[in-house]
Design a protein around this ligand. Structure first.
Ligand SMILES: [Zn+2]
Length: 182
């Protein structure tokens, strides 16, 4: 049962974030029916998806030397785009170097949600409400997958390491073989 949920959560990770974004907007629109629903939906969508832009930033900048990023680069170079999709699906939870994914993030976003709702600024409130749900879902997923939180939540980043612990072995083997050849 647990494995089934893990698998589904892995396969539909982004879709789940999008659905949570929509859900957040609908919850808010039920409470504040004078607000523009489309704009609320947009805020919900952005709030739940934007935090993961850091995956791209990690790949391009501060985490580009990690094996995680190098494996993706290898696939891009060889135009194995389907492999990238599979790799990300199976390994993104082992990326524990994201600066944005710490316990501070949901605390700040929950505070901002509260703050903007107090000020009756419903659109920013919806945005940060959705951001909070994003992080809470990611945290729940960690507990579900590993039974504990990944170290990044406690500000222990893994971006410099040469070996992103947990990356599936065939990928590491592939990368090391390539390196040996060059
Ligand atoms: Zn995330």
């Amino acid at each position: 049962m647990r494995n089934k949920i893990v698998q589904k959560s892995q396969t539909y990770h982004i879709l789940i974030h999008v659905l949570f974004g929509i859900m957040t907007a609908l919850i808010v629109s039920k409470q504040y029916d004078n607000e523009n629903l489309l704009l609320l939906l947009l805020m919900g969508f952005l709030g739940n998806t934007l935090p993961d832009i850091d995956h791209v930033i990690y790949f391009l900048t501060y985490g580009r030397d990690s094996e995680y990023s190098q494996i993706i680069k290898l696939f891009i170079k060889e135009r194995h785009f389907r492999e990238i999709k599979n790799f990300l699906r199976d390994n993104h939870k082992y990326l524990t170097g994201l600066y944005s994914h710490t316990l501070i993030s949901p605390v700040v976003s929950i505070f901002l949600t509260y703050f903007f709702f107090q000020k009756k600024l419903i659109y920013p409130a919806t945005f940060f409400f959705s951001v909070s749900i994003h992080f809470l879902y990611d945290i729940l997923e960690d507990i579900l997958f590993f039974g504990k939180l990944n170290p990044n939540w406690c500000l222990k980043f893994n971006n410099k390491n040469k070996n992103n612990e947990g990356i599936l072995f065939p990928y590491l083997e592939l990368l090391r073989n390539k390196k040996r050849q060059t």
